[in-house]
Design a protein around this ligand. Structure first.
Ligand code: ADP
Ligand code: MG
Length: 387
């Protein structure tokens, strides 16, 4: 989104806040959703991921209260009120647990929160794999940190945002989404080392290359995802332990091949995905630095094939979407997120975007799948204060 449009949205939200709370907000903050270009199921293996912030954000207008209460309004999901003292693990449900969780996390880190009026408005689609949850948490956390004088670098704030999602919303997520939302930069992807937590911005300039990113939300129901996720994690840990390493991050492709006979077939294939995916992330970084988008596209498609064949987390909708995008001229396409539903990311010449949408839509209709939802995304700035 361009800066003028962002400012207009912030000003409009401030006016809306005035009508609701009877006073202007003390500030307006925004934090983007994210996409992961490559590096899937590598995070919990201490490996590498390469996410970028997108041009869709959660906006938060907020003002301190002094009665220990949180008065919350999400334009998407409605209003709610809760006492600060009642925000605790397992105490809240639904969207309030994310927003109140972010405020709780700021308090845990020492912010002397006295209460808040908070109005939230987000154009990150919910549950489409673009991390609408991290967007609202990061925007709320940054607002709370600013208003109540909590210092901390962006990675520290991202780790607090993760605590909100894990401990209060009760979702066992890694830290990638929050790092991406907090640290994102325009025209950059972020190389995140999930062991050291080092974040390195890598040029990801699509426009000069005439390229775009198309997201295809397959709308496939997320069936079995939780149990399957736990099974994948267990298989990865089994393989690492059998190879005498702390995590698959430490296993080379050669060492894995050499140990093939000693691993069960499932653990071997799961590990092969992770070990090669880590290598693909680093190769993608080199491709980006060389502005070699053809090479990047091949890596993206190889990631999909590996997630489908070795990690076995794809479903027909994801395969059909990736294949249709490639038929329409995508340099590469892959499922993003944990799998078993969710979205496909396709990298393609901008002028091919409408063709790809048509191709995917008709392929879905032919197979009798629910219609997909398509939109484009551009690498954009991370969380910040706007007013
Ligand atoms: P994703 O992060 O991939 O979009 P999640 O299931 O992790 O999907 O997060 C979606 C949840 O985050 C929603 O069910 C809701 O509780 C919360 N959420 C996201 N956006 C908003 C919003 N604009 N207003 C209120 N809650 C939101
Ligand atoms: Mg989420």
């Amino acid at each position: 989104m361009d800066e003028r449009r962002t400012e207009e949205r912030a000003a409009e939200l401030a006016r809306s806040f005035l009508g609701w709370a009877g006073q202007l907000p003390a500030g307006v903050w925004a934090a983007p959703g994210r996409l992961n270009l490559i590096g899937e199921h590598t995070d919990y293996n201490d490996g590498f991921v390469l996410p970028f912030g997108i041009d869709r954000s959660a906006f938060v207008a907020a003002r301190p209260r002094d009665d220990g209460r949180l008065k919350l309004w999400s334009r998407q999901l409605g209003q709610s009120e809760v006492a600060l003292a009642d925000v605790a693990p397992h105490a809240l449900e639904g969207w309030v647990s994310y927003v109140a969780g972010a405020i709780w996390a700021a308090r845990e880190a020492g912010a002397r929160v006295s209460g808040l009026d908070l109005l939230l408005d987000s154009d990150v689609p919910l549950g489409a794999g673009l991390s609408s949850s991290a967007a609202i948490i990061c925007a709320t956390l940054l607002a709370t940190a600013d208003l109540f004088g909590l210092a901390g670098d962006r990675v520290t704030l991202a780790q607090l945002a993760r605590r909100a999602e894990v401990e209060i919303a009760g979702v066992p997520v890694g830290v990638m989404d929050q790092i991406a939302s907090m640290c994102a930069e325009r025209d950059r992807a972020l190389l995140l080392d999930c062991r050291s937590m080092s974040v390195t911005p890598i040029p990801f300039e699509l426009e000069p290359a005439g390229l775009g990113v198309l997201v295809i939300d397959t709308r496939a129901p997320h069936q079995l995802a939780a149990g399957q996720y736990a099974a994948r994690r267990a298989a990865c840990q089994r393989a690492a332990t059998a190879l005498g390493e702390a995590a698959l991050r430490d296993v080379t492709s050669e060492a894995l091949e050499a140990a093939r006979g000693t691993l069960d077939a499932e653990a071997f294939r799961r590990a092969r995905h992770v070990v090669h995916e880590d290598a693909r992330v680093l190769a993608a970084v080199s491709a980006l630095r060389a502005r070699d988008f053809a090479a990047l596209g091949k890596l993206v498609s190889a990631s999909h094939a590996s997630l489908r064949d070795d990690f076995e987390v794809s479903v027909p909708q994801l395969d059909v979407a990736a294949e249709a995008a490639e038929r329409a001229g995508a340099l590469g396409a892959r499922l993003v997120g944990g799998g078993f539903g969710g979205s496909v990311l396709a990298l393609l010449p901008s002028e091919r975007v409408p063709d790809a949408e048509r191709e995917v839509t008709s392929a879905f209709a032919q197979r009798g799948f629910d219609a997909p939802v398509c939109f484009t995304a551009a690498p954009s700035r991370g969380a910040r204060r706007l007013l």
